[in-house]
Design a protein around this ligand. Structure first.
Ligand SMILES: CC(C)(COP(=O)(O)OP(=O)(O)OC[C@H]1O[C@@H](n2cnc3c(N)ncnc32)[C@H](O)[C@@H]1OP(=O)(O)O)[C@@H](O)C(=O)NCCC(=O)NCCS
Length: 145
C-alpha cells in the first residue's frame, strides 16, 4: 500500500470509505471536516492506495500544540486484517513524531468498543478520562438539542 496525503480528487472516495466503515454521523459534515483538516498546517489526512489506484485506507491526524489526535481511521471492509490499519496508523504516528508531538490520543465511540482490540495490538492503552464537548458552530439540525 502506498500512503500519501489526500489530494483534491480523493474527497468522494474517502467519504465513501468512511461511509462503508460506518464512521459518518449526521452532525458531522465530512466535506467540511476534510476542508478544515487540509487548511490546517498541523493536521493532515493520509490515504492508502492499493492496486488500481483504489483508496483502501484513510486516517485524519493532527496536533493541537500539546497532544496528537487520530480521527476517521478506516480500512475498506474487504481488506480488514491485512495489516493496512496498522500501516496507516504508523504513518500518521511518524508524521506527528517528526513534529515532536510526545503522545497521541484518540476517541472510540461507545458503540464501537470492539476496535479497542486493534489499538491495543499496536500499543495503545485505555485512559481513565471522561471526554466532554461543546459545539462552537452548532449544525442547524441540532439547534434545539
Ligand atoms: C479498525 C480498523 C481500521 C483495523 O484495520 P485492519 O487493517 O483490519 O487492522 P490490521 O490488519 O492492521 O490489524 C492489526 C492487528 O489488530 C488486531 N485487530 C484488528 N482488527 C481486530 C478486530 N476486529 N478484533 C480484534 N483484533 C483486531 C489484530 O491483532 C490484528 O493483527 P492480526 O490480524 O495479525 O491478528 C478496521 O477494522 C476498520 O476500518 N474498522 C471500521 C472503522 C473504525 O472502527 N475505525 C476506528 C474508529 S475509532
Amino acid at each position: 500500500m502506498l500512503i500519501r496525503p489526500i489530494r483534491d480528487g480523493d474527497t468522494n472516495a474517502v467519504i465513501e470509505l468512511w461511509r462503508q466503515c460506518e464512521l459518518l454521523r449526521p452532525w458531522n459534515d465530512p466535506v467540511a471536516d476534510i476542508r478544515l483538516a487540509r487548511n490546517t498546517q498541523s493536521a493532515e489526512i493520509f490515504v492508502g492506495i492499493c492496486e488500481n489506484d483504489i483508496i483502501a485506507a484513510a486516517i485524519m491526524c493532527g496536533h493541537d500544540g500539546h497532544r496528537g489526535w487520530l480521527y476517521y481511521l478506516a480500512v475498506s471492509p474487504e481488506r480488514h486484517r491485512q495489516g493496512l490499519g496498522k500501516m496507516i496508523v504508523a504513518h500518521a504516528e511518524q508524521w506527528l513524531r517528526a513534529q515532536d508531538v510526545p503522545k497521541l490520543e484518540l476517541m472510540i465511540r461507545s458503540t464501537n468498543t470492539g476496535v479497542a482490540k486493534f489499538y491495543e495490538s499496536i500499543g495503545y492503552k485505555t485512559e481513565p478520562v471522561i471526554t466532554m464537548s461543546r459545539w462552537l458552530h452548532q449544525p442547524a439540525d441540532l439547534q434545539n438539542d
